[in-house]
Design a protein around this ligand. Structure first.
Ligand SMILES: Cc1cc2nc3c(=O)[nH]c(=O)nc-3n(C[C@H](O)[C@H](O)[C@H](O)COP(=O)(O)O)c2cc1C
Length: 336
């Protein structure tokens, strides 16, 4: 059975990729994922704020030296430049050497400033590709959608200018026209899109009367929004597409592949069940293919992707929306 797929120009043994999470933050976790069969591993993100803080610290140290005496540099400990980021680069280097599967580095930020040049260091450390997570809440009501889009595209262009390896964008679903935004990312040089990034809104702590940060893992129902967009875009956008969010079973993997995803990412299920759960997902994918008589992933990938005119898809989805709302059996809710 041939499970191979190509994502970002990378040949993957099968489509299931471990997406960014604390499991991919250190060498031990990355190796556990690779040994458990992940086709590729996306490292946990390096954040814009970490890079900027490091640059400021280095600048302050340099200034401190020049303000005192020229010999001051000689007093700095030899590892004065080493830091968290050097540690992350070292993990990346060693993962590339040992994991035997493509290692995708993740950069996470929100502005098009100098920090994006850090992508070059990730490339030099051996990353097979860069995943760019642009996480920004446009909280200013004076800021237009066009300006939000332009800012995101500029970040991508700068990262693309810094590296030669493929770059994917882990997109938010909240653009007013996600399809058009996906097309713009493609035009600006994205080699792939990850649909979608997951947003974590704050809750309210009623005892302390403050905003409360907590994180809930996804659930299988969360597959619906990205599944729709993977299906709508996979034939229309000329980049690789990775589906992300809500993959808890082999059936979810199959659904995303039928919609046209080139790779299918999972985090929550691996956090809950451990890296070995990759074997379960793969076994279920194989089982489904066997039952359906598919010899390869290529034989069914994209079978349910939207083709034809975009208008037809919009009309279909509108009709489906109406049907869902108007045929709902209200009695069934009380039986839950
Ligand atoms: C604890 C935790 C940490 C995460 N860290 C990152 C990260 O560093 N960078 C990133 O792009 N996404 C991160 N994510 C998001 C996941 O990569 C993924 O997009 C999200 O969990 C949805 O996929 P899932 O439904 O398979 O969990 C994190 C998710 C969790 C639960």
């Amino acid at each position: 059975m041939d499970l191979r797929t190509t994502y970002l120009g990378l040949e993957l043994a099968h489509p299931i990729v471990a997406s960014a999470s604390p499991l991919c933050a250190d060498l031990d976790g990355i190796m556990r994922l690779a040994d458990a069969g992940a086709a590729a591993v996306v490292l946990s993100s390096i954040f814009e704020e970490q890079i900027v803080a490091q640059e400021l610290a280095e600048a302050a140290m340099t200034e401190m030296g020049t303000d005192s005496q020229p010999e001051a540099a000689g007093y700095w400990p030899p590892d004065a430049g080493s830091n968290v980021l050097d540690g992350r680069l070292e993990i990346l280097r060693r993962a590339v050497e040992r994991a035997g599967v493509p290692i995708i580095a993740s950069l996470n930020g929100c502005s098009a400033s100098g920090w994006v040049d850090f992508a070059r260091k990730l490339e030099q450390a051996g990353a097979s590709a860069i995943e760019l997570n642009i996480y920004r809440v446009p909280a200013d009501p004076a800021e237009s959608g066009a300006s939000v889009e332009a800012a995101a595209l500029e970040i991508l262009r700068r990262v693309k200018a810094a590296v030669g390896v493929p770059v994917s964008v882990k997109m938010a679903p909240f653009f007013s026209a996600p399809g058009h935004m996906a097309a713009q990312f493609a035009e600006a040089g994205a080699d792939g899109l990850v649909l979608f990034n997951r947003f974590y809104g704050p809750d309210v702590d009623l005892a302390a009367l403050t905003a409360r940060d907590d994180l809930h893992l996804s659930n299988p129902y969360d597959i619906r929004l990205p599944l729709m967009w993977v299906g709508l875009l996979s034939r229309r956008i000329p980049t690789s597409i990775a589906a992300s969010t809500g993959v808890w079973s082999g059936a979810d993997v199959v659904k995303y592949l039928l919609a046209g995803a080139d790779a299918v990412m999972t985090t929550s299920a691996l956090l809950r069940h451990g890296p070995a759960y990759l074997g379960t997902l793969l076994g279920e994918l194989r089982g489904w293919m066997q039952r359906r008589g598919h010899e390869s992933v290529a034989a069914f990938k994209g079978q349910l992707a939207a083709g034809g005119q975009p208008d037809e898809a919009a009309q279909f989805l509108r009709a489906q929306y109406r049907t869902i709302l108007t045929t709902y059996d209200a009695q069934s809710a009380s039986r839950l």
